[in-house]
Write a protein that binds this ligand. Sequence first.
Ligand code: UDX
Length: 437
Amino acid sequence: MPYRLTVIGTGYLGVTHAACMADLGYDVLALDIDAEKIRRLRNGELPIHEPGLETVLRRGLGSGRLRFTTSYEEVAEFGDVHFLALGTPQKHGEYAADTSYLDASIESLAPHLTRECLIVGKSTVPVGTAARLADKIARLAPIGAQAELAWNPEFLREGRAVQDTFAPDRIVIGVRSERAEKVLREVYEPLGEVPMVVTDFATSELVKTAANSFLATKISFINAMAEVCEAAHADVRQLAEALSYDDRIGGKFLNAGLGFGGGCLPKDIRAFMARAGELGADQALTFLREVDAINMRRRARMVDLARELAGGSFQGCTVGVLGAAFKPDSDDIRDSPALDVAVTISQQGGRVTVYDPIALDNARKAHPQLAYGESALEALRGAHVVLLLTEWQEFVELDPEVAGAAVAQRRIVDGRNALDASAWRTAGWHYRALGRP
Ligand code: UDX
């Protein structure tokens, strides 16, 4: 392999990228400033749940190609290509993204750069960040222009991170030189034929926020249709199916329900609006405010439906909640619609018991005031109302008769349109769903 790689930041993105690159045959050194995290990664323990990733991680450790460190000096000495995979969370009390982790990593790395290298940003950032960081590298790196920056946004989905890394839909790179383009083309060569868009910094940064804005808009579009369906006694699932046969529209991301959450879509559309405002282009993105509002209204509608089924008030009502993760196959509870609903109902007096196949520990830490069950049936025990809020396969396969034997009243709101309504109704359940009669 022509290059030695480093990955700075071992969050979702970083640990996936590091492990997968080592699997492709590269020598990879990954850094985090969290020493405990590095200790665990060295032992093959993942800080997150991600199907298939632990195997790839352990293979990398076993082969000796994947190593972990907390030392920027070591990283600077080792790497030809340094990938930046740091988080850019929403700033407290603001819409804007906080890029300070990226700044801090450049400030720690650049002063040690004494050999030619390419620094490659993978984080989702406000447009203009790459140009700013390039200036910073030029100011701080002893090697000067031989430490160059490129931008290479990452599009992986949680729950499919390994697949998405090995077989991406496309690779986007923002570069300022032919050398940077050549290096990145070579780095990704082992992935085989993948469409590659080579562009400038600003465009590469914008592709990512535009993609996430489009996805969020598609979800909020179908959820807006769900609102109308509710008012008109129509069925949003059938509506979505009929739309999906038009291949200009397609069927993906048209699942109406509780809406989007997670560490990306909600914060990215907000950060995008904030950045557009700074650039004087806020009018172009006012529709995203509506996308966000539609999304948040679904959570409120879910609480209203649950209250209705509870008989008008949550006082004295036991609510069984299925799902805590922001989506299935993930233990991520960041901006989870499910937990948002659970917390609101508990604040309104409901006795809420939550179950999730793998996000339970994270939920418990974040919301110790809620009760938790160790199984779906335990969460349903004695419930007056059941809410399906994350569509785990385990819940889709729940037997309505078995579930019915656990609850006090057979009343369910399917917040993800995931259950077989007629099977639940046949089993005597009062079944309601978002966007359907
Ligand atoms: C997203 C993008 O898909 C990915 O390309 C980007 O790199 C990061 O952000 P992720 O946050 O992992 O990925 O989740 P995704 O699968 O996109 O789902 C986001 C949210 O939308 C989830 O809460 C999901 O439940 C919801 N969703 C998705 C719907 O409500 N309806 C749909 O039809 C699809």
